[in-house]
Design a binder for this molecule. Structure first.
Ligand code: 0O2
Ligand code: 0O2
Length: 262
């Protein structure tokens, strides 16, 4: 049997990873542009290393010609969420998409793995348009909270270090850490509204502050240096503890100065 031409074999997978990353990042951007909370915090993606593909094929006795059909995580996308209920929202977003065809789902958020691993996995078929036509690529999308991701990343590194034979004592500690991550997600969900409000307030304030700074620069470029200095010192007073209405008042004053100078 001919050996796989890895370089060309992986081209559609690379394309699928890039396209899927762009699509999920765009969903986040869309929420942000509307000044809404995004259930997607950040997205990463990778094509599985050739050595890992071969290792897995060997472990599961997958012949070369069946790798494409049977190995479902050559194209891997990971979506991180702040809160557990965001995971469900992202799952529903994926379920409603016409460009991603779900093959099956694995809910390790509810059905935690014996290692302590939690994540929601969706295996999809995703069509990529290649030079010679369309190809359906299988991709694995892992959706997890930041706490689940923290735990899985550490456990993955330990598995690498101990070559999948983590000592029992460390395994036991990882179990405790997995429980702690689970509880953290629960606590965070309870105070979600508070956190979201704080984040929203931070965004609102930082957007007003950047508009004030932009206006102060305009006022400086108009040659009104003493006014610009007054606004700078007012901004310095408000920047840490100022309320939104105080920042808004300052923004309006800078706007008036600019209008008068035109
Ligand atoms: P920005 O400007 O940082 O927001 P890429 O090829 O860079 O698109 P890749 O290679 O799949 O993405 O993954 P990478 O580089 O590991 O990370 C992807 C994005 O996730 C990057 O943002 C990282 O900044 C972001 N990221 C990674 N780890 C964390 C984390 O722990 N917390 C947060 N909030 N973000 C993280 P971008 O898309 O390059 O843009
Ligand atoms: P990578 O690229 O190193 O992450 P299997 O691979 O046989 O164990 P299966 O049925 O193919 O499992 O898929 P499953 O169990 O849904 O999980 C596949 C992927 O989920 C793994 O990919 C991991 O990324 C992640 N995963 C599953 N279980 C664990 C776990 O206990 N700890 C951590 N850290 N991650 C896990 P790979 O193959 O490990 O590849």
């Amino acid at each position: 049997m001919a050996t796989i031409e890895w370089k060309s074999f992986l081209i559609p997978y690379e394309q699928a990873v890039e396209e899927l990353k762009v699509k999920f990042k765009s969903i986040r951007k869309e929420y942000r542009k509307r000044n809404e909370y995004s259930p997607i915090e950040f997205v990463t993606g990778r094509v599985k290393e050739i050595s890992s593909i071969l290792e897995k094929a060997n472990k599961f006795n997958i012949p070369d010609e069946r790798i494409m059909l049977e190995m479902e995580d050559i194209c891997g996308i990971r979506i991180m969420c702040q809160f557990v209920d965001d995971v469900t929202k992202v799952v529903n977003i994926i379920r409603s998409r016409k460009d991603m065809h779900i093959m099956y789902e694995k809910d390790y958020v509810t059905n935690v793995k014996s290692s302590g691993y939690r994540s929601y996995h969706i295996i999809i078929k995703y069509p990529v348009s290649m030079a010679e036509g369309q190809r359906d690529i299988i991709a694995e999308i892992q959706i997890r909270t930041l706490a689940m991701n923290f735990w899985a990343t550490i456990e993955h590194s330990l598995n690498y270090k101990y070559k999948h034979d983590i000592p029992d004592e460390i395994k036991a500690k990882l179990k405790i850490a997995a429980d702690a991550a689970f509880q953290l997600d629960g606590h965070m969900l309870e105070i979600k509204d508070e956190i979201k409000d704080a984040q929203k307030l931070f965004e609102v304030k930082s957007s007003i502050v950047s508009n004030i700074i932009r206006n102060i620069l305009t006022i400086t470029s108009m040659g009104k240096l003493s006014e610009a200095d007054i606004y700078k010192s007012k901004l310095n007073q408000l920047i840490n503890k100022g309320e939104v209405f105080e920042l808004n008042n300052l923004l309006r004053s800078t706007e008036k100065t600019i209008e008068m100078g035109r």
